[in-house]
Ligand binder design. Structure first.
Ligand code: FAD
Length: 497
């Protein structure tokens, strides 16, 4: 195989990381006839089942994730979403048919819920991004799939379809308050943990091997023959030879591959969870048959960037904040500072000179303020019903400077690819992104706009969307911000790391 040629279908391929990038790559490699595909992950996913509550702290290990088609003027992602949503429906059908049910799941489970996604705004007029979403979808032949709360004809369509509660999920109009937003009726949510389990089961069924575990599945280093990467060594000392190695380690990737400096960085989002009691009137009101997934003021910097979901089958009601992207810069063995994921499940450990962090159970105070301020205004029933925050989570994204993914061969390292840089919006592509990654591995259809956007790159003349690598002194570093120890809808408590 040369630097750009496809690997032989019989040669070994090792994927490091079983988040959505790794899972989808494995699935599509097997579908395309590759016969020796191994996926390594340090997480014991057969036990934790992609559940954060059971100790899985990858971005993909979650209760639910937003699925949406609308992407403003970024039609390359809109097209990718249309392809993904068709596949999400197929996955539901396959699951229901019962021929491929992962252990512990049943034919009653779904991996996608088409409850729509509404993008809300504090302004009284539709922001330019929302208008671009309507326009982009109409131009692609999806007229009247995007319903604006401010356009009477759209409200009528919503009423005819019985979508009134989805158009005003926080009952703002009933309270005499303005309600500005666009409901993407093609969207909804992925049931994230179950979707990952389904993808894993599908890939296994097609012959992919999975090696999980802190020792057996954790990549310690890449193995080289001159400048060619010929596989990886895991912590148990075993070498896994590969003709092609794919690093898909989410927020851990930039630390494992320092060449990503300036292109990718791990940043944290802040998530709170409520447990809605079954006897509460909110149980029905926040159910997916009445309540959409939602986003609020996504382009309003630190004061906005909220999103959320209906309660799930167990009553978990999740609300997230992305307005400030926190970092955890730690000095590395080579002297550089790189942001490193740290969660309540992190082991305090030393790997050579590299401290991989400590546990983090507290929560950014500013995120707490924005979240509680929003909920007290938009969903006061939570306080009225005395339903308080049950759990907080700091969840690690892999941001690129321009919010596009990175799927490419690593320059000057033959036999090595990366599939990462999800930048907060890749989960929805679990069913199909691997097909694109395998195309890139094979060097085919390389002129597509998305594929070009995902190339290895460095910051050019344009202003970056995300400022990366502020370092230990940076204003978003967890070391430099106030944290609350016990998050509550009423809490004023704060603490410093
Ligand atoms: C809070 C939050 C909310 C989000 N919401 C949405 C949303 O609503 N919609 C959407 O589309 N996207 C969303 N995203 C983005 C989406 O979740 C991510 O883009 C996607 O899950 C990233 O997948 P990944 O495979 O890159 O990384 P991960 O899911 O983090 O997986 C990386 C894997 O690599 C493993 N690993 C790391 N180091 C090693 C090693 N040395 N050896 C072996 N294994 C290793 C980890 O254990 C992990 O399993 C959200 C992300 C976050 C953090």
């Amino acid at each position: 195989m040369d630097q750009t040629g496809p690997p032989d279908q019989k040669s070994p391929i090792v994927i490091v990381g079983a988040g959505i990038f790794g899972l989808s790559t494995a699935l599509h490699l097997c579908k395309r006839g590759y016969s020796d595909v191994t996926v390594l992950d340090k997480q014991p996913y057969d036990e934790t089942l992609y559940s954060y509550i059971k100790g899985a702290d990858a971005a993909s290990a979650d209760i639910n994730k937003i699925v949406r088609s609308a992407y403003g003027s970024q039609t390359e992602y809109q097209h990718l979403s249309t392809e993904a949503i068709a596949e999400w429906h197929t996955w539901n059908t396959e699951l229901k048919a019962g021929s491929l049910v992962p252990p512990g799941m049943s034919t009653k489970d779904a991996v996608f819920v088409p409850n729509g996604n509404i993008s809300l705004s504090t302004s009284t007029e539709l922001p330019a991004w929302e208008l671009a979403c309507i326009d982009g979808m109409e131009k692609a032949g999806n007229k009247d799939t995007q319903l604006a709360t401010t356009i009477p004809r759209h409200k009528e369509i919503a009423a005819q379809k019985g979508l009134q509660s989805f158009m005003d999920p926080f009952q703002r109009e009933r309270r005499g308050k303005h309600n500005t937003g666009v409901l993407d009726t093609t969207g909804g949510m992925a049931i994230a943990d179950k979707a990952c389990r389904f993808a894993l089961h599908k890939a296994r069924n097609l012959g992919a091997k999975f090696i999980f575990g802190e020792e057996t599945g954790c990549m310690k280093e890449l193995c080289y023959q001159n400048s060619k990467v010929i596989g990886v060594k895991t912590r148990d000392g075993k070498t896994h030879s590969a003709e092609m190695t794919v690093l898909a380690c989410g927020g851990w990737t930039p630390v494992l591959l320092p060449e990503l400096d300036g292109l990718c960085e791990a940043t944290a989002g802040s998530v709170i969870l409520f447990k809605i009691p079954r006897q509460s009137p909110l149980w029905d009101r926040l159910g997916a048959d009445q309540f959409p997934t939602w986003m609020w003021d996504m382009r309003n910097g630190a004061e906005g960037g909220l999103y959320g979901f209906p309660r799930d089958e167990n009553g978990w009601f999740k609300v997230g904040y992305r307005g400030t992207k926190y970092t955890n810069p730690l000095r590395q063995g080579d002297g550089s500072e790189r942001s490193t994921p740290v969660t309540r499940w992190s082991a305090a450990e030393q790997d050579g000179n590299i401290s991989t962090g400590d546990k983090l159970t507290s929560f950014p105070q500013q995120a707490h303020q924005v979240l509680t301020g929003f909920l007290n205004e938009y969903l006061p029933e939570l306080s009225e019903e005395r339903i308080d925050i049950s759990l907080t989570r700091v969840c690690w994204y892999t941001d690129t400077f321009d919010n596009h993914y990175v799927v490419d061969r690593v320059p000057n390292k033959q036999g090595l690819m990366v599939a990462t840089g999800g930048s907060g919006h890749a989960f929805k592509y679990l069913p199909n992104i691997g097909n694109w990654i395998v195309d890139i591995m094979e060097g085919i259809y390389m002129d597509r706009p998305a594929v070009k956007a995902w190339r290895w790159r460095s910051v050019g003349g344009e202003k970056p969307t995300n400022i990366l690598m502020d370092g230990i002194g940076g204003p978003r570093a967890l070391q430099n911000i106030c944290l609350v120890e016990k998050a509550s809808l009423q809490s004023k408590e704060k603490a410093k790391l």
